[in-house]
Design a protein around this ligand. Structure first.
Ligand SMILES: Nc1nc2c(ncn2[C@@H]2O[C@H](COP(=O)(O)OP(=O)(O)OP(=O)(O)O)[C@@H](O)[C@H]2O)c(=O)[nH]1
Length: 815
């Protein structure tokens, strides 16, 4: 172990250490790969992480016994072709370098199980292929050998911002040039069709060829500002996009910064670390020159303050970890008052690495704030030019010019051509037929579809038994469908349902009373019934399948299509079926779906076993377990709703409230609670609790552990998010303490210390707590896949992904 020593070179004689099998030279100052290592043919594990290497010598292939090679966080631009000769490699870690192209025949490294490649400006294969693993890279390289390479510069552009900030008008002006150009300000009212009524448009996506000569196309996403869309917005925030945060300068006041700018930046940063953000101030025509200048300056100043505050906070937290690490583990475990009491060095280092990651991947906010008026062609043109220059900046979007096999590109184009373009989805076979036209045989289709899915062009769930037979290529229509669910406007929903019932008399499944020739009375009856459904939806998030079908007309017609769509919505974590046994049919009864983001009742309908807002009522026999997650900077929008769906496969007899879920895991009760922030001192928290009597406390652990792991998986979709996990002290909870002691959540992933029966809780005069109330019987999985690339990556539903920024974070772009 020679890590962390400031080494720049090794003596020549080092090569005499012929029996050396493992060497750790990480965190040193090597600028060149130490030549003295190359003759060490027996070497099995070599760690050169966090140095300053710029290249790897081709003689590395001489280390033929190498199983582990860690070269992450260097400055490597190229890998030698000979690296593929290291066929015994099981771990290859290359993240955080400058690698754009992988050598051919990468498939030879088929034994690599731990593969890390994020944070490289990859274009060949593109990142979406590389992150899927070696077999996908091999398939890509094979395909490229078959087919011509093609370059397709395309960038996803996301317009975000508060309601009525001017996103839609800006999109029209930028992409259609309706208002700008020769028309000028005088014709403005005539030249732009009025906005649709609020809440009726939702998220929209358009394609904009910004520079025909260079073939550069933006896929513009206009994310609705209304908060009802919060639960689906994160799906669209994907790495490699250009984020445009739109602020209405006419209404902006410094006190509105947190809601109109600050919170958006936090969200983007939490979801897409190191994202590129450009701030655009609209309504400049309504501001005096001085006012404009002051407001832009204020936004600029407050962004800097927010960034400084966040970075200082993270630095302080990292320092606490450093201090804990500086102490010996034994010492740390003997001081219950100290931070990270009992936490292992490994867990502390992991924590430290995360803080470092968060600090190194702050947002890339382009300044200054760009003021525009949608009626001023000059300002609009300036914005267009700016967006183009940012997109084409090699340092900012290095992989805009990714290389694809021509066959994959043709396959994509064919999916979007008539007649198939109009359909909501294609069967796998239909897609395979298109594949043949593109020159792809069936066995090569999978990798092409997988790439198109990963890059957000279409949805193809190769791992889902229910969905893998379908290719969801019509994303615009899918977004239209999502918009239907998130309108939250009773009259609009009712209107849709009434339209939908026309001709429903002969429809399959449950139907409404005799609709062939409705009498006025029947009309009233039908309207009343539908009104109840709408009320139930807006209050409890409940809808029966046949009403969902009415709502989705004309997008969805056949029962089978509806079924598929509901599967998709479940997969996205937007709803769950209340009464469908997993994987079994419903035997003719009506399926009811619950959309947790719509639940309005503050507290779940109390069940027999519980009569309060927590489990304290059981204190006479039970011990409580409660794991609490807190989110000091930002709480991911829609997280609680998504989590509510995610846990459904683990629980029974559930009852959902707006902020709480009561349920059972087998016979053991569990409570999941979300507590929104109350000012800066009390952050948002999400907790998972259960209880049992002490001898049987393992049952409570069994109840909550899968829920904890499920939350950990979900949180990986926000790799830039800072949150902490704690195990609340059972004794404090039992006493009803308003501020129970919190043991570090890291203990959940550590084995119970041997020979220790009790742990000290520093509150209430150093009380002793049974060790079984702090440590689970077997360690839980913190990051469920820390030793496998594919699972380690957060999951994202990336409706259209695109290029990744230069230093790209870990992501897995599918549901
Ligand atoms: N005077 C003026 N009005 C603008 C400008 N940009 C937008 N507007 C108006 O501001 C209102 C809101 O604009 P939208 O484009 O609908 O806002 P949005 O951000 O898409 O709103 P949501 O979809 O609710 O999030 C509309 O009436 C626009 O015509 C501008 O630069 N100047």
């Amino acid at each position: 172990m020679l890590d962390n020593n400031g080494l720049q070179a090794l003596p020549e004689q080092f090569s005499h250490l012929q029996r050396l099998k493992m060497l750790n030279l990480s965190s040193n100052l090597f600028e060149e790969f130490p030549a003295a290592l190359l003759p060490l043919a027996g070497m099995e594990e070599l760690y050169l992480s966090r140095n300053q290497l710029t290249s790897v010598p081709s003689l590395i292939s001489g280390l033929g016994r190498l199983l582990t090679l860690w070269l992450d966080n260097n400055r490597i631009r190229y890998l030698p072709d000979s690296i593929v000769e290291l066929t015994g490699l099981e771990e290859l870690v290359l993240q955080g370098n400058q690698i754009a192209v992988l050598p051919d025949n990468f498939g030879q490294l088929s034994r690599v199980g731990l593969w890390k490649i994020k944070d490289n400006p990859l274009i060949q294969p593109p990142y979406e292929v590389c992150m899927k693993g070696i077999p996908y890279i091999a398939a890509y390289q094979k395909e490229l050998a078959h087919s011509q390479p093609a370059v397709q510069p395309r960038l996803k552009l996301l317009l975000m911002g508060h309601k009525a900030s001017g996103k839609t008008l800006l999109r029209h002006c930028l992409t259609e040039e309706r208002v700008g150009g020769s028309q000028g300000g005088a014709d403005k009212e005539k030249s732009y069709s009025p906005s649709p009524p609020p809440g009726s448009k939702g998220i929209e996506v358009t394609s904009w060829t910004a520079d025909a000569s260079r073939g550069l196309r933006f896929i513009v996403y206009d994310l609705a500002g209304d908060e009802s869309y919060e639960v689906i917005q994160p799906f669209f925030l994907s790495p490699g996009a250009l984020y445009v945060l739109v602020v209405n300068l006419a209404t902006y006041e410094p006190c509105f910064f947190p809601t109109t700018v600050g919170s958006f930046l936090h969200r983007v940063g939490a979801r897409v670390p190191h994202a590129v953000v450009c701030i655009v101030g609209t309504h400049a025509d309504l501001c005096a020159e001085r006012e404009l200048e002051e407001k832009c300056l204020d936004i600029h100043r407050q962004i800097a303050l927010q960034e400084k505050h966040d970075a200082e906070g993270l630095n302080r937290l990292a320092q606490v970890v450093d201090e804990a690490l500086a102490r010996d583990f034994e010492l740390r475990s003997a001081s219950p008052h100290a931070a990270y009491y009992g936490v292992s060095d490994k867990n502390l280092r992991r924590r430290k690495a995360h803080f470092q990651y968060l600090l190194n991947h702050r947002l890339q906010i382009l300044s200054p704030v760009l003021p525009v008026s949608c009626w001023d062609p000059r300002l609009l043109q300036r914005l267009r030019d700016k967006l183009l220059s940012v997109a084409e900046h090699r340092e900012i979007f290095p992989n805009l010019h990714r290389v694809l096999p021509r066959s994959w590109q043709v396959l994509e184009e064919l999916h979007f051509q008539p007649p198939q373009a109009q359909r909501l989805w294609l069967s796998w076979w239909d897609s395979a037929r298109l594949g043949l036209q593109a020159g792809l045989t069936e066995d090569r289709l999978q990798s092409a579809l997988s790439y198109l899915h990963e890059s957000g062009k279409l949805l193809y769930f190769e791992d889902s038994p229910a969905l893998k037979e379908h290719v969801f290529h019509n994303l615009t229509r899918l977004i239209d469908i999502l918009n239907v669910f998130f309108q939250r406007d009773a009259s609009l929903l009712l209107h849709k349902l009434l339209l939908g019932t026309n001709g429903e008399g002969e429809a399959e499944g449950e139907s409404f009373p005799a609709m062939a020739l409705p009498t006025p009375n029947q009309d009233v009856l039908r309207a009343t019934q539908l009104h109840h459904y709408v009320e139930g939806f807006l209050l409890h998030g409940l809808l029966p399948a046949h009403v969902i079908r009415l709502l989705l007309k004309p997008h969805v017609q056949a029962q089978q299509d509806l079924q598929l769509l509901l599967e998709l919505l479940e997969k996205m974590g937007l709803c769950y079926c209340l009464n469908k046994p997993k994987g079994k049919p419903l035997n003719g009864s009506t399926a009811w779906y619950k959309f947790p983001c719509y639940v309005q009742n503050e507290v779940p309908h109390a069940e027999a076993w519980i009569n309060g807002t927590n489990l304290a009522g059981q204190s006479f026999v039970a011990e409580q377990l409660q794991i609490e997650y807190s989110f000091p900077f930002t709480f991911p929008p829609g997280l609680f709703a998504r989590y509510s769906v995610q846990i459904n496969s683990h629980v029974v007899h559930r009852s959902d409230g707006k902020f709480q879920i009561f349920a059972y895991r087998g016979k053991v009760p569990v409570v999941v609670s979300y507590r929104p922030a109350k000012g800066v001192l009390q952050p948002d928290t999400l907790s998972i609790a259960s209880h049992a009597s002490l001898p049987n406390i393992w049952t409570a652990w069994q109840a909550i552990t899968p829920l904890v792991e499920e939350l950990n998986v979900l949180l990986q979709e926000w790799p830039g998010l800072h949150y902490t996990v704690h195990i609340l002290c059972s004794k404090c909870l039992k006493r009803g303490s308003p501020n129970p002691h919190a043991f570090p959540g890291e203990l959940l992933s550590q084995p119970r210390p041997e020979g220790v029966a009790e742990i000290i809780c520093p509150k209430n005069g150093s009380e002793r707590v049974n060790v079984a109330l702090v440590y689970p019987p077997t360690p839980t999985v913190i990051s469920p896949c820390s030793n496998s690339w594919s699972l380690n990556e957060p999951r994202t539903f990336n409706i259209v992904g695109n290029q990744r920024p230069q230093a790209y974070s870990c992501w897995k772009k599918h549901l």
